[in-house]
Design a protein around this ligand. Structure first.
Ligand code: MN
Length: 243
């Protein structure tokens, strides 16, 4: 009986652990430091002609890598934060009293988090797929349809002055389009306005480094190309976990 109880207890805990792991992004499961550059889930040239190979190589190998190096430098001075998952640190930045450290975490930690999510949000055009029925219905209900959603998201991405991101978030069970400056992201509580605080399920990097080599000043063309390489299976999966 004892072993039976133990077994049941174990099965229950095991199920909970599996459920928790399914909800949290993989990177949240481990400590923030040392952060490591994730491998791209496809080749550098896999998004051609929509996003070119050299942009991907520099964006991933230089820009993302630089965020990680500087994040690790900052966390080396804050072992108590380094031991926490990055999601937790970025979700409670106002608690970091040292301003220089808080800024480093916001910019470099945000940069690492956002890019890790971004790579997974993309897929070669022939593997782009389409939104799940559930996500499709939610998009229709929130925006009137897919075309209307793309238009509104594109406007948010176009209007973001300077460097930043456009986002599709889930807030209180509903979809919403937001944008952030620099490397902020929608789950940074106390950093983004409360009205824009939520769980991001899709993000578009509109920093010039994300498109300038190929598109120069034509950000709207880059935004149009982005839709060809969205990984809708991944976005649908994220939506399913938070709705
Ligand atoms: Mn970027």
């Amino acid at each position: 009986m004892n072993s039976d109880l133990n077994r049941r207890h174990f099965v229950k805990l095991g199920t909970l652990a599996v459920a928790a792991a399914a909800i949290a992004p993989a990177r949240a499961a481990s400590a923030a430091s040392p952060a490591e550059l994730p491998k791209l889930p496809y080749g550098f040239d896999a998004l051609e002609p929509h996003i070119d190979k050299m942009t991907m190589e520099i964006h991933h190998g230089k820009h993302h890598a630089a965020y990680i190096a500087k994040l690790n430098e900052a966390l080396a001075k804050a072992p108590e934060l380094a031991a926490k998952p990055l999601d937790e640190v970025l979700g409670n930045l106002p608690a970091v009293s040292d301003e220089a450290l808080r800024t480093a975490l916001r910019n470099q930690g945000g940069g690492h988090w956002n890019h890790s999510m971004f790579w997974e949000s993309l897929a070669p055009a022939d593997k782009s797929g389409k939104p799940s029925d559930k996500l499709s219905a939610a998009i229709s209900s929130a925006f009137g349809g897919m075309d209307e959603f793309k238009k509104a998201f594109g406007e948010a991405a176009t209007k973001r002055f300077g460097s930043g991101w456009a986002w599709l978030i889930v807030k209180d069970g509903k979809l919403k389009i937001t944008s952030t400056a620099n490397q902020d992201h929608p789950a940074m509580k106390g950093i983004v306005p409360d009205s824009d605080f939520g769980t991001p399920i899709l993000g578009l990097d509109v920093w010039e480094h994300a498109y300038y080599l190929h598109y120069q000043n034509r950000r709207p063309d880059y935004i149009g190309a982005f839709w060809k390489v969205v990984n809708w299976d991944k976005v649908s999966e994220r939506f399913a976990k938070v709705s």
